[in-house]
Design a protein around this ligand. Sequence first.
Ligand SMILES: [Mn+2]
Length: 330
Amino acid sequence: MSRPEQLIAAEVQSKGAVLLATHFNPDGDALGSLLGLGEILEGMGKRVVRYLEEPVSPLYRFLPGCAQVQTDINLIMDFAAQAHGDLLFICLDCSDEKRLGRHSEALMTIQPLAVIDHHQGNTGFGDLSWIEKHRSSTGEMVFDLAEALGAEISAKAAECLYTALSTDTGSFQYEATSQHTFTVAGELILRGVRPEVIANNLYNTYTLGRLRLMQEVLATLEMYDRDRIAVIRVTQKMLDRTFTTMEDTEYFINLPRAVRSVRVAVFLKEIDHNLVSVSLRAKGQCDVSVIAARFGGGGHRNASGFRIRDLSLNAVRDQILPLLLQEMRV
Ligand SMILES: [Mn+2]
């Protein structure tokens, strides 16, 4: 029996055009996988469209291929229609169809759909799905797909995939970081990646506003359960005062998580007056994806999140804390 990456590779080989998409609010893995695979497929002579709901966040503008991202859903649907069946739709790093964003319904009419993902809660949507939950990142799987295709991985594609690996493993720290992850990282370095350049682009490019925002966010720190749970928050007022956007809060949650006693860090984000986004990061045994799932969210054992409406930040915190305590006792 053929392995799923070989089935997807065969499907790619048989089509002239490929549409690539990923989840909304894309992280480094989502973007790196999308842009990296886009570059690889173009190298094979495919017509490729890379779809995102919003333009690439300034945090990731250093990635090659950002300018080729298409955000107009009408152009996407035209591209799909004009391909007359000679098109494969590939969805990357996305656990369910709703995570495709506000145009998911339209996108889901495009077939056939291949899904490549490593999320715990992947629903198995799509016509062909390749899901490996133990994988460090979707970027690692895209590398294996390129191998299955016998495709060349250019230096540009390698930078994208290395960014995917590096961000989704927390710089090669998380549990899913495997021997294969390092093998792939090594192969990407062979193709021209310079780890210090990527690391500088990812981690050493703060604006002063972002540092000021971090000051404000850290000042909100609350500790619970004998310092095992840390809660921080960001409000729209803080963003206004520091001339920053929500994207500037990326990685802030790693700071409370880094405290020795902390087993779960919670980050409450006021998206607008009646929408709160919650990020959960765990160390060790506590499975925070269970809690995110109860609120209709998703993610991994150690990193998950969800959104909730019509509750204040305090009310959201008060709903999560007892669930966390329960989960930590399991
Ligand atoms: Mn990922």
